[in-house]
Design a protein around this ligand. Sequence first.
Ligand code: DAH
Length: 340
Amino acid sequence: MKQRIEKLTEAIRSASIQTPEELEAFRIEYLGKKGALAELFEHFKEVPAEEKREVGQLVNQLKNLAAESYEHWKAHFESVPLASSAPVTDLTRPAILTPPGAFHPLTLVKKEITAIFTRLGYTVSEGPEIEDDWHNFSALNFPPEHPAREMQDTFFIDKNPEIALRTHTSSVQVRVMENQKPPIRTISPGRVYRNEAISARSHCFFHQVEGLYIDRNISMAHLKHDLYFFAREMFGPETRIRLRPSYFPFTEPSAEMDVSCNICGGKGCNICKYSGWLEIMGCGMVDPNVLENCGIDPDIYSGFAFGMGYDRIAMLKYQIRDIRLLSENDLRFLSQFVSG
Ligand code: DAH
């Protein structure tokens, strides 16, 4: 009996199976109801009592070997379709269409803004979303007691007052000025975070584009030119702008820019709250303290900066009524932006 087991072991080990039909023959030969193993079990009762233990083990090993080989070959044939059994491809059939992907509405708006400023010679710079106090606040001339530094306005990391999620993209201005020499002309789009209640109109994260232009003899007139160009490119050639005096720690003088409402053309509607104007950004001449903090000599250089949120621009443009739709990844919403 032992000899027979040895022979069968050898035969199973060296079996070379080429087709699923051969595999079925293998199964019947060794594992079938009348196969070699069934036969061995049949003769097991004739094995003398003192050898039963040893022979029993050998028979079991053989059975495992046969079963494992069978599974191995079976998996092999399942994963490799055989040329002969593969379905015939009809090359004249029309192709199955792959649904086109889509850009997110925020990406569409970001690309549009970036394209406009790129035409004016601006580069694109990015910075980290986790920022230190210096880049988000101190270098930008925020006084130590400024309310933005409070926990209820800013997300600090591990309650560490030195590290926070950036509250605006103005932090990237600082990084650019620290690392580049004027002339500097750059925009920085990205996500920002503020500890605010989430509603249809505001979220605890949103998106801004920062702009920065530093060179010799840069004035408010240059600022106005670039922003007017941007507004007409973005909202249409009829668009008018107005600058209202405002305050930011990092600009002096500071202004808020409004564009004429492109929904009603400035006549007044519920989108512009019947004022005819939409407030879209803050801007101003970079405060000399900020230039100095970033290693740029304010006696030689001057410049302007601006910052705008573009979630609201996307909402206006695509008539999105709830800001939360922009981050919920609902395919019913996203698939509306598929083009082509
Ligand atoms: N950082 C400001 C904010 O988040 C926006 C801003 C205002 C950016 C004026 C600027 C600027 O660069 O000059 O509200």
